[in-house]
Design a protein around this ligand. Sequence first.
Ligand code: AMO
Length: 447
Amino acid sequence: MTERVLIKDLAAREDGLVRVSGWVEKVRDQRYVQFVVLRDESGAVQLVNGGVLREPDPENPRSDILVPRTTTISELTHGTFITVTGELQHNERVKLGGVEIQIETIDVVAAALPDNPVADDSNIDVRLDWRFLDLRRPEQNLVFRVQTTFLHALRQVWVDRGFIEIQTPKLMASASESRAELFEVEYFEGKAFLAQSPQFFKQMAQAAGFGGIFEVGPAFRADPSFTSRHATEFTSVDAEMSWIDSHEDVMELHEELMVAGLTAVKEKHGEEIKKFFNVELEVPARPFPRIPLAEAKEIVKAEGYEVPRADADMDPEGERRISAHVKKKYGHDFVFLTDYDASIRPFYHMRHADNPQLTNSYDLIYNGTEISTGAQREHRIDVLEAQAVEKGMDPKELGFYLDFFRYGVPTHGGFGMGLNRVLMLMLKQSSIRETTYLFRGPNRLLP
Ligand code: AMO
């Protein structure tokens, strides 16, 4: 049997017999000719039945008639999966890729029910209910091809730098970020918590002498909000590295990763991104602008917006405004906000040597929204312990973590980055629901 050809490879082939498989997207049933638009994971092609004369058969002088219509084609429902063999023909007049296939055989592999539950204009909840059908749309497929390319490029940077990939446990005995937003699960006779971040275990790798490490894995937050940027489970891209002088070293790694990721995505998918999302992808210049948080608040205030609480983090409107300011002033889509107040940072962030009010930390903002938090970590056990107590953490519960710092640990730092947010902001999507394979929120556990 002829080998299956991916639709994207048809144009480069010579005319002749081919076999393709895919979903029926459209059927146009005319009097003398039938058309099917067939889509596979790589593209779409037009199939044709009829409209051509057969080679006259000397045995049967009446055989040079039009190819007959078939009811098989008339009855093909949208979404039915078929395998087709036929003659590939290049034809400049065919808008869809300049080729078409004259059908010889059709094999219906799996028929689709005629009532398609999701349409192009269905709302996001209907689309998420039927996510497997929604994901068949080429722009949705593109999101995950972009994600693959992006992560591949990041991994390349880490591997080139000698970083080790780790997988940390998602079942934990304690909170990893804060007591708020913590999922508790039954665990035999006791209870466990779902990891909010690989934070403690990526730091453990520094005490273990791994040097640089990275992880791409799930993180869980019992966050009841219904915003466009929060999920109860998301993919966290984490890195941690030893022997740093300050969070500046972490920011440099972070920049290198973003530039590598965006360069690869632009090269491979730039045209499709333009076509499907009308986004001209920009590879950022290095260094990214850096603005201390307090100064950023002054800037947005001077431009007419006051962040509600003086001692708080930027709120979403503040993030949008500082991003707009940076875009206007420096033409940059990214900005590092640095030097966060210790009161709004976790206990493990190192504080400034000359001002314990401020931390060696940053948030990375991309196109108006936070995508990442990073910091130099406190590695001196006495200081770390004191900061934990100050933040109301229970040093006994944290005992296993504090032990990492009792047997010699290098200076270190790292960051955590929400992958779904990065994709949302890169492709200018309205919500992380669009850029998460299966979104999880307060009222969504299915499918
Ligand atoms: P933080 O809590 O800021 O830092 O999280 C890091 C990044 O993870 C993403 N993120 C989320 N994405 C979707 N839904 C959520 N509910 C959600 N919560 C967070 C964001 C955010 O910037 N341990 C530190 C990181 C570190 O210092 O290494 C941490 O978890 O993009």
